[in-house]
Design a protein around this ligand. Structure first.
Ligand SMILES: Nc1ncnc2c1ncn2[C@@H]1O[C@H](COP(=O)(O)OP(=O)(O)OP(=O)(O)O)[C@@H](O)[C@H]1O
Ligand SMILES: [Mg+2]
Length: 447
C-alpha cells in the first residue's frame, strides 16, 4: 500500500472491482465507492491522495464530485474515466483543473503512469504548503529583545526547556511578551514543524469554549451541521498555547484537567476516545495562587500546568532594555514608512522615567506613532502622546529652576485669566495693591 491511497468512484461494481484489483497489484491502497455520496464519506474518513471517478452516474455525477473536491480538497488530483459519448464533458473538466481523463476502457499501463504522477503532484503540493507555512511563521517570528539579567535568565530557561514535554506557565502583566515567549518555545523546539495552536481563553465566549477545545460531531447540538476538529486535536503532536488561562471557568478547568491526566478526549456528541498529545504552554496575568485561595482556580490544575514557571518582568523593571527595543522599533517602522530618523536624547530620557503600564506593547505603539508623525530627521517629544508630555511638564521644575520674576509674571497672568481681566479683582487675589499690579503689568508689557 506504499504508493498512496486511491479513491475509485463508479456506479458499475464490476468496473470498480477490476480497477481496484489492478491498483492493489500496483501497491496502492484502494477505497471503493459506487456513488458520489459514498465517495464524500470516504473523503472525510480517509487520507485520499487521488480520485479516479466515472463521469456519468445516476444521482450526483462525477462532475459534481469534481466541483466538491475543487472546493474542499483542492490538492487532491481527480482523474476521470468516461464513456466515448461524454468526452466533451471530460475535456471541460480538464480545462477546469482535472488532472487527466481516460476513455473507457482505459489503457491500464498508461493509467498507472498517470496515477503515479498525480500522487507525486499531490505530495509536492503538500510539501510546498508546509514549507510556505513554515517560512511565513519563521519570518514573521520576531526576535525577543533584551539584554538585562532578567531577560537573559528567560532566554536561558527557554533554551533549556524548549524540547521538554513538561507544561510551562508564563506569568506577567499585559504586553510584557508572554505570547512571544510561548512562540519562541515552540518554534525554537524540535516541534517547530508541528502545529502551534493558540487559544485565547478570555476572547472566546464561555458557551463556545468547550466545543472550540474539544470539537464536535455532526449533529452534536443544534447548529453542529458538520464535524469540527477541536483545538486539543489540532494541537496534537505540537504545542497548545492557552492564553489567559486564568479566565477559564471552573467546569472547563475540570475538563482540561482530565485531558491533561488522560491524554485523550471525546468530541461533543461522540463517545469515541481520541488520543491527543501536545505540549501545554499557558499564560496568565493573574496571581493564580491567589485565585486558588479564592476558589476561582483549581489547585490540582495549577499543579499540572505550572511544572515550569517563567515570570516576565515589567518593562519599567528592566529599563536597560528600553534603548534596545526603541532602536529595533525605530528601524522597523522607518523601513516601513521609508524614513530616516534618529531619536532625541530628550525622548530617551522621558522613556527612562515613564512607568509603562502597557509594557513592551505600549512602547511599540508609541514608537510606531512617533515614526509616522515625525516630519524632520529626529523624533522629539512633540511626537509623543499626551501622557508623556504632561509627565515632562510636571518634572520640569526639577530640571530647570525658574527665576523669581518668571514665577511672578506667571502668577499675574494666571490671576488675570481667572478674573477675566478684572485688574482690581486680580490684585486682591494676588494680595498686592492695584498700583503694584499696574507697575508690574507695565514692566512686563502685559496688556
Ligand atoms: N522582549 C521583546 N522583544 C521584542 N518584542 C517584544 C518583546 N516583548 C514584547 N514584545 C512585543 O510586544 C507586543 C506584545 O507582546 P505579547 O503579545 O507577547 O504580550 P503578552 O504578554 O502576551 O500581552 P497580553 O497579556 O496583553 O496578551 C508584541 O508586538 C511583541 O512582539
Ligand atoms: Mg498575550
Amino acid at each position: 500500500m506504499g504508493n498512496g491511497t486511491v479513491l475509485i468512484v463508479d456506479d458499475e461494481p464490476n468496473a470498480v472491482k477490476v480497477l481496484s484489483a489492478i491498483l492493489l497489484e500496483a501497491d496502492y491502497n484502494v477505497v471503493e465507492s459506487i456513488d458520489v455520496d459514498m465517495a464524500l464519506k470516504a473523503l472525510h474518513q480517509e487520507d485520499v491522495d487521488v480520485i479516479i471517478t466515472d463521469l456519468r452516474m445516476p444521482g450526483r455525477d462525477g462532475m459534481q464530485l469534481f466541483e466538491y473536491v475543487t472546493e474542499n480538497h483542492p490538492d487532491i488530483p481527480v482523474i476521470f474515466l468516461t464513456a466515448y459519448g461524454s468526452v466533451d464533458s471530460a475535456v471541460h473538466a480538464i480545462t477546469h483543473g482535472a488532472f487527466y481523463y481516460f476513455i473507457k476502457p482505459p489503457d491500464y499501463l498508461k493509467l498507472k503512469s498517470i496515477l503515479s504522477r498525480a500522487v507525486e503532484q499531490r505530495r509536492l503540493k503538500r510539501e510546498i504548503d508546509t514549507l510556505r507555512k513554515r517560512l511565513a511563521e519563521e519570518t514573521s517570528l520576531p526576535r525577543i529583545i533584551g539584554k538585562t539579567p532578567q531577560m537573559l535568565k528567560i532566554f536561558n530557561t527557554i533554551e533549556t526547556i524548549k524540547d521538554s514535554e513538561s507544561s510551562v506557565i508564563i506569568c506577567g502583566e499585559t504586553g510584557t511578551g508572554k505570547e512571544l515567549i510561548a512562540r519562541a518555545l515552540h518554534f525554537g523546539s524540535d516541534r517547530r514543524d508541528r502545529p502551534f495552536v493558540a487559544v485565547n481563553c478570555a476572547a472566546i465566549p464561555r458557551e463556545l469554549l468547550e466545543s472550540e477545545l474539544f470539537g464536535y460531531e455532526k449533529g452534536a447540538f443544534t447548529g453542529a451541521v458538520s464535524r469540527r476538529i477541536g483545538r486539543f486535536d489540532e494541537a496534537s503532536g505540537g504545542t497548545l498555547f492557552l492564553d489567559e488561562i486564568g479566565e477559564l471557568e471552573l467546569s472547563v478547568q475540570a475538563k482540561l484537567l482530565r485531558v491533561l491526566q488522560e491524554r485523550e478526549i471525546e468530541r461533543l456528541g461522540s463517545n469515541r476516545k481520541i488520543k491527543v498529545h501536545f505540549r501545554l504552554i499557558s499564560s496568565t496575568n493573574r496571581d493564580l495562587g491567589r485565585e486558588v485561595k479564592t476558589g476561582n482556580f483549581r489547585k490540582d490544575l495549577l499543579y499540572r500546568i505550572n511544572v515550569i514557571q517563567i515570570n516576565v518582568p515589567l518593562l519599567k523593571e528592566r529599563q536597560d532594555d528600553i534603548p534596545l527595543l526603541v532602536s529595533e522599533y525605530v528601524n522597523e517602522f522607518c523601513i516601513r514608512e521609508k524614513k530616516v530618523l534618529t531619536l532625541s536624547d530628550e525622548v530617551m530620557g522621558i522613556f527612562q522615567d515613564y512607568h509603562w503600564p502597557g509594557n513592551v506593547r505600549q512602547l511599540r505603539n508609541v514608537m510606531e506613532r512617533a515614526v509616522v508623525l515625525s516630519k524632520g530627521d529626529t523624533i522629539t517629544s512633540r511626537e509623543l502622546p499626551e501622557e508623556f508630555i504632561s509627565l515632562k511638564k510636571r518634572e520640569e521644575p526639577l530640571h530647570s529652576l525658574k527665576t523669581l520674576s518668571e514665577v511672578e509674571s506667571e502668577a499675574v497672568r494666571n490671576a488675570l485669566r481667572v478674573c477675566n481681566g478684572n485688574k482690581s479683582k486680580a490684585a486682591r487675589l494676588l494680595g498686592i495693591s492695584r498700583k503694584a499690579l499696574y507697575k508690574r503689568l507695565k514692566d512686563w508689557k502685559i496688556e
